[in-house]
Each structure stands twice: as structure tokens, then as C-alpha cells.
Design a protein around this ligand. Structure first.
Ligand code: TPP
Ligand code: SF4
Ligand code: MG
Length: 277
């Protein structure tokens, strides 16, 4: 049998043709573009990619991509993506969404997805706000960010998603900026290639509810360090950086979730027999 011909699609071939409804200038446009470029560079056939999301402006992304997609319920993208990858290890599973979806309602799933280390790539478009529901604070909103919905600011310290991912066992941790689509593409290519759970936080401005984030383009800078394989060192760096270091910060070598785990699980067709009284 002849080997399968490599897939030679252009980035634009991975667009579904559905017009994004994001606000003009939203950072998610560039993230979308970077994803299409990354899968084109990796020559992944669309039928071998599945993009799973939750709810939010950023979570609309599967609709705009030409591959399998699942727009799930709020905060539950990671368990869906995990189940899909375990059931269909042949698929490249990318999970995508926002800081509200992934760190608030879905925060518990993030811990366990990192810990399980199933071979999926998780992209969080972090705009430090709930964009879709008109600007409530999220776990990454600064405590003093003043808004109509939280006058004077939420008053609670934001958390460090990258440190939490490292502490929970993520095998690849990176920070990207939507306004740097080439750099983001490169990081995504590496993240998709890396075995195990790879976590990419993409700073992606919400121009409508966080107009201050237009300044991010002047604040981001390449991380002055090369990726480390020492999770504690990576965590220390993230705890002490200015939040605008862009690059791959940690590359681990933990074994990904073994496909053999669960092989002894009893088949569901025997279940009714087991529960007979
Ligand atoms: C169970 C449930 N609770 C609340 C909501 C309302 N809701 C929709 S999107 C969202 C937050 C989205 O924020 P984020 O994930 O940061 O995405 P963004 O819109 O900023 O890209 C919330 C709270 C919902 N859809 N379902
Ligand atoms: S509300 Fe914010 S996050 Fe949502 S589409 Fe508009 S700019 Fe993007
Ligand atoms: Mg958000």
C-alpha cells in the first residue's frame, strides 16, 4: 500500500467560510489566523483535527475552522476534549476558549487536565474579562480594574494560570500575544507537536470591554530566557516576570497519558448483566 500523500493545504483552506462575529479589532481574529497557519505548517488533514470549546467570544472559534468542531457548554471544554482524545487517539485535539471559561467555571478541569497529561493542546485567549457577557471580572482581572460592573475593581488578586498549570503537571507551558501572529504560530506548532498536555495562554485583547489592552502591543517582549525543563524554575520565573514575557517557558518530558490505561475497563454492553438483581 502506498504511503498517504502529505496534506498540502494553505492556512486559508482551514477556514470554514463562516464570518466571525467578533468586534472589529478583537485579538481573537489573530489567534484564529495563527491556528490556521499552525495546522497548515504541520500539514494536518482537516479530518484529523478536532477543535473543542466552551462558551464565550473566544469559544466561537470551532465554527470558523474547517475541521471537526464541538462547541460545548460553559467551562466543560477540557473534559470533552480529554474524552475525545482518549477515545480517538488518532485525532489532533485542540481545546480553545477564554479565561472565564477555562479559569473560572472550568478551573477545576484545568487542574486535572494538566495532571492527566492527555495529549491535547489547550489554548486560552486571555483578555482578563468575560467579554461575551459584557465585562465581568475573571480570575485574571487585576484587583483594581475599575468598571461599571465592578466599581473600584474586583478587589481580589488575580491568579497565575501558568504557575497553576505548572504545579498541576502540564507538560508544556507558553505565553503568546495575539498581536504577534508569527510568534504565536510558532508556539502553537511546538505545542501541538509536544506530547502530553500543552498549555498556551494567548494574551488576546478585548477592545470593547478592555480598551486599555490596546497598550499590550507596547508591553509584550520576548522572554529573555530559553525554555526550561525544570517546572519549579519555570514557576519562579512566571511568578516574578511582568506578565508580558512571550515564549515557550517550560517543556517537560512526563509520559503522556498512556493509551493502555483503562484497557481493563469492562465493556458497556456487559453493564446491564452486572446490574441485574
Ligand atoms: C453555566 C453558564 N454560566 C454562565 C454563562 C454565561 N457566560 C457566557 S460566556 C461567559 C464568560 C466568557 O468569558 P471568557 O471565557 O473569558 O470568554 P470571552 O468572551 O472573554 O472570550 C459567561 C459567564 C453560561 N453561558 N453558562
Ligand atoms: S466583546 Fe471583547 S472578546 Fe468579545 S468579540 Fe468583542 S472585543 Fe472580542
Ligand atoms: Mg475572557
Amino acid at each position: 500500500m502506498s504511503a498517504q500523500a502529505p496534506c498540502k493545504l494553505k492556512a486559508s483552506d482551514y477556514k470554514s467560510g463562516t464570518k466571525p462575529v467578533w468586534c472589529p479589532g478583537c485579538g481573537d481574529f489573530h489567534v484564529f489566523m495563527s491556528i490556521t497557519k499552525a495546522v497548515a505548517q504541520l500539514a494536518l488533514p482537516p479530518e484529523q483535527i478536532a477543535v473543542v470549546s466552551g462558551i464565550g467570544c473566544s469559544s466561537r472559534i470551532p465554527a470558523y475552522l474547517n475541521c471537526y468542531g464541538f462547541h460545548g457548554v460553559h467551562g466543560r471544554a477540557l473534559p470533552l476534549a480529554t474524552g475525545l482524545k482518549v477515545a480517538r487517539p488518532d485525532l489532533h485535539v485542540i481545546c480553545a476558549g477564554g479565561d472565564g471559561d477555562g479559569f473560572s467555571i472550568g478551573g477545576n478541569h484545568l487542574l486535572h487536565a494538566c495532571r492527566r497529561n492527555v495529549d491535547i493542546t489547550y489554548i486560552v485567549m486571555d483578555n482578563e474579562i468575560y467579554g461575551m457577557t459584557k465585562g465581568q471580572p475573571s480570575p485574571t482581572t487585576a484587583s483594581d480594574f475599575d468598571s461599571k460592573l465592578a466599581p473600584g475593581g474586583p478587589g481580589i488578586s488575580p491568579f497565575h494560570p501558568l504557575v497553576i498549570a505548572l504545579a498541576s503537571g502540564a507538560n508544556f507551558v507558553a505565553r503568546a500575544f495575539s498581536g504577534d501572529p508569527n510568534g504565536t504560530t510558532k508556539i502553537l506548532v511546538d505545542a501541538i507537536r509536544h506530547p502530553g498536555f500543552s498549555f498556551v495562554q494567548i494574551l488576546s485583547p478585548c477592545v470593547t470591554f478592555r480598551p486599555d489592552q490596546r497598550e499590550w502591543k507596547t508591553k509584550v517582549h520576548p522572554a529573555p530566557v530559553t525554555p526550561t525543563a525544570d517546572a519549579a524554575q519555570a514557576a519562579r520565573r512566571v511568578m516574578t516576570d511582568d506578565g508580558f514575557n512571550i515564549g515557550i517557558l517550560y517543556k517537560g518530558s512526563r509520559d503522556k497519558y498512556a493509551q493502555s490505561v483503562g484497557k481493563n475497563v469492562r465493556h458497556e454492553r456487559n453493564l446491564d448483566q452486572e446490574f441485574l438483581v
